[in-house]
Design a protein around this ligand. Sequence first.
Ligand code: NAD
Length: 248
Amino acid sequence: MKTAIVTGAARGIGAATAQRLAADGFAVAVVDLDQAASDHVAEGISRAGGQARGFSADVSDAASVDAAVDLIAETLGAPQVLVNNAGVLRDNLLFKMSDSDWDTVVSVHLRGSFLMTRAAQQHMVKAGWGRIVNLSSTSALGNRGQANYSAAKAGLQGFTKTLAVELGPLGITANAVAPGFIQTDMTRTTAERMGLTFDQLIEHQVALIPAKRAGVPEDIAAAVSFFARDESSFVNGQVLYVAGGPHG
Ligand code: NAD
C-alpha cells in the first residue's frame, strides 16, 4: 500500500481528498495544524474501512515539516503521493494589504508547498515513483482583493511545472488542480467578509458558473485522484481548472 500525504486535510477540500485517496487504496497521512482535528478526519477514514493517521504540522515551518514527514515515513510508510492543499486567505485591496497579509499567504501556500515537497521528494526518488499535486486556484488569473493569494496561486503553477521538469526523469509527476468556487469554510469566511450570507454568495457565484452549480470538495478530490493514479504517469506539469467552466 502506497502512502499519500494531504496537507490542510482537517476539513474542506483536504479532508475530501484524504477520504478519496484512502478509498483509492492509499494509506493517508492527514496533516493539519491541530493534531486533534487531523485525528478526527483520520478516524473517520478508518471507520469507513480506509487506512489513515493524523499528524500535526505547520507547513510554513521547515523544522515542523521535516519532523512530520520523518514521522509519517516511520509510522505510516514512505510517502509517494503529496497533495499540497493547506491554505489561508488574508484578502484585502492592495492599498489596505499589510505586510503580514502578504507574508502569511505567501508563506503557507508557496513556502509551505516548497518545504513539504523538498521533504517528501527524497522518498519518491528512492521508490522511483511519485505523484505531487499542488492546489492552485482560478484566482491565479487575477481576483480583486487577492494580490497575495493570486500571486501565490500563480507561483504554484510555475513551481509545479519546474517540479515536472526536474523530477519527471525520476518517475515522479507534478500537476496542479486549480479550483473555482468550492463550498468550504474558506468561502464561507469570504461571504462573512463581504457582508453576505453564504447562500447569497453561492447564488452570486453560481450565476457566473457555466455548470450552474457551486463546486463541492469531492469535485476537487476526484481531480487529485486522477493525477495520483499509476496510469496518469504521462500527465506531467499540467494545470487542471476544475471550475464548472473554462475559467472562474
Ligand atoms: P479551508 O480553509 O476549509 O481548509 C484549509 C485547511 O488548511 C484548514 O484545515 C487549515 O487548518 C489548514 N492550514 C492552514 N494553514 C496551515 C498551515 N500553516 N499548516 C498546515 N495546515 C494549515 O480551505 P479549502 O477551501 O478546503 O481550501 C483548500 C485549498 O484549496 C487551499 O489551498 C485553497 O487556497 C484552495 N482553493 C480553495 C477554493 C475554494 O473555493 N474553497 C478555490 C480555489 C482554491
